[in-house]
Design a protein around this ligand. Structure first.
Ligand code: NAD
Length: 491
């Protein structure tokens, strides 16, 4: 992949940015520079917002049945290019080709669900709410919607939003992560090929300043954000203060609970995939495994063995099961957190620091790391590490385990491993998290369910995907009509 300077896509054409600053996009496995991405100025956000606002005037009037024809074409194009897009994801993000393909599959599922918009955005009608008077609700698009995305799922996350936004009649501006902008660049080229009218889909590259220009732009009506919790709080506060509707998904620290009656082989395999898949850079990664009663020794032994079996390397090499983390800074941060955990009393049972992969000496590699006896309330128990690091904790009862889950700040996911229906039922009812897994390690909702973070993992009311996305991108209009019989003209 030759290094290129990325452009912005505004009003149906690619434009070089006049940005004063560009940043390099690196392959995290090799250190190679793949592209230069512009940190676009507010004037280019303005151009995209104007283009999107102009396109909205006619796009909202295109019948939903016609709007989804573009999505059917896009679905075909994404299917035809899935391997190419997945390779781009591996090269800019580091995850394995298999993980990248799984990500693109989830992206495509959202396009498929949004093709059901003609029925999903139907209104409601009540006849005779009083004699001769009818009342009904229609759903109309909100206008220009912006999508601000993180680095860790550069192909999937914009699709939690985009298909629903355009299918319901809105126009969009995508601001990909400046660390992984290449996947959306290619996806938008495919949208161009699908034939969306100019201005319906726009892409502006950039970082924090570009994002803030979007949050402040008067013609942007809705913001969909996914990223870390401090930035999510900022996005929610600033965009809400500007009168926009906002859905802001934040970070996570996901606990998984292992009861003594769980099937230990299955549990260990699933837990290892959750903790170390995508090199732990997943908002649904298992970050803390809490064993209950007699589960402790068997699980600890088995998960350490599973960690050792991960083959770390470049994600396009076929035997590799875990790629690098995103940047050298990220690797240093993770290594420093591991050390702080040890300093405060946790014990390393397998240490993935100082990893060098032959042939990829410029990569940001770590091997899976497991810390046991993690101190409750300490740095490892509280902090989102966002790397292949699993902390082990131990309690004696299910009630204590649930209390531990609920003592955390985040609420993205909580999972329980058990063969007891009663324990499962209690857990799913009492755990303070929006995505629950029972004998599941990555409880990622399908496209027709909301991606349902809670607490510090989400700011807003309506989530991405499915019916929540349809509601988020539409506003209700209630009409009350009186048509007295006496007014009927006789012909
Ligand atoms: P990030 O918060 O650093 O960046 C996300 C986006 O915000 C990027 O587009 C970036 O350009 C922009 N941004 C960064 N700093 C900003 C600032 N100060 N002001 C305005 N905009 C800013 O997140 P990341 O490191 O790219 O992604 C990883 C994080 O995302 C993790 O915390 C992870 O848990 C979270 N995440 C959450 C979910 C979820 O569904 N809850 C899903 C995926 C990732």
């Amino acid at each position: 992949m030759a290094s290129q300077t990325l452009q912005n896509y505004i009003s149906g054409a690619w434009h070089p940015s006049g940005a004063a600053q560009h940043v390099a996009v690196h392959n995290p496995a090799t250190g190679e520079v793949l592209a230069q991405v512009p940190l676009s100025p507010a004037s280019e956000v303005d151009a995209a917002a104007q283009a999107a606002a102009a396109a909205f005037e006619s796009w909202q009037r295109v019948p939903a049945t016609e709007r989804i024809q573009y999505l059917f074409k896009l679905k075909d194009l994404l299917e035809a290019h899935i391997d190419e897009l997945s390779r781009i994801i591996t090269n800019e993000n580091g995850k394995t080709f298999g993980e990248a393909k799984g990500e693109m599959r989830r992206a495509i599922e959202n396009v498929e669900v949004a093709c059901g918009i003609p029925i999903l955005m139907q209104g409601e009608f009540s006849e005779d709410i009083a004699r001769g008077i009818d009342e009904f609700v229609i759903r109309q698009p909100v206008g220009v919607a912006a999508i601000i995305a993180p680095f860790n799922f550069p192909g999937m996350i914009p699709f939690w939003f985009l298909p629903y936004a355009v299918a319901t009649g809105n126009t969009v501006i995508i601001k990909p992560s400046e660390r992984c902008p290449l996947t959306m660049h290619r996806a938008v080229e495919l949208m161009e090929q699908a034939g969306f009218p100019p201005g319906v889909v726009n892409l502006v590259n950039g970082g924090a300043d570009t994002t803030n220009a979007i949050l402040d732009h008067p013609q942007v009506a809705a913001i969909s954000f996914v990223g870390s919790t401090p930035v999510a709080r900022h996005i929610y506060a600033r965009a809400s203060a500007n009168g926009k509707r906002v859905q802001a998904q934040g970070g996570a620290k996901n606990p998984i609970i292992i009861l003594p009656d769980a099937d230990m082989d299955t549990t260990t395999r699933i837990a290892a995939d959750s903790a170390f898949g995508n090199a732990g850079q997943r908002c649904l990664a298992a970050a803390l495994a809490v064993t209950v009663g007699e589960a402790r020794e068997a699980f600890t032994e088995a998960i350490v063995e599973a960690a050792h079996q991960r083959v770390v390397g470049y994600g396009l090499d076929p035997d590799v099961t875990m790629g690098p983390v995103i940047s050298p800074q990220s690797r240093s941060r993770i290594e420093s957190l591991i050390q702080q955990g040890v300093d405060e009393g946790a014990r390393l049972v397998t240490d993935g620091r100082d990893t060098v992969i032959r042939g990829y000496e410029g990569g940001n590699f770590l091997r899976p790391t497991i810390l046991r006896d993690v101190v409750p309330g300490g740095i490892i128990a509280r902090t989102e590490i966002f790397g292949p690091v699993l902390g082990l904790m131990h309690v004696e009862t299910v009630d204590e385990a649930i209390a531990l889950v609920n003592s955390g700040e985040f609420g993205n996911m909580a999972c329980l491993f058990t063969s007891s229906g009663a324990s499962a039922r209690k857990f799913r009812s009492e755990a303070l998290a929006g995505n629950i897994g029972i004998n599941i390690g990555v409880a990622a909702p399908m496209a027709f369910f909301p991606f349902s973070g809670w607490r510090a993992s989400f700011f807003g009311t309506l989530h991405g995907q499915g019916r929540h996305a349809v509601e988020f991108y539409t506003q209700t209009k209630v009409v009350i009509e009186r048509w007295p019989k006496e007014w009927t003209r006789k012909f």
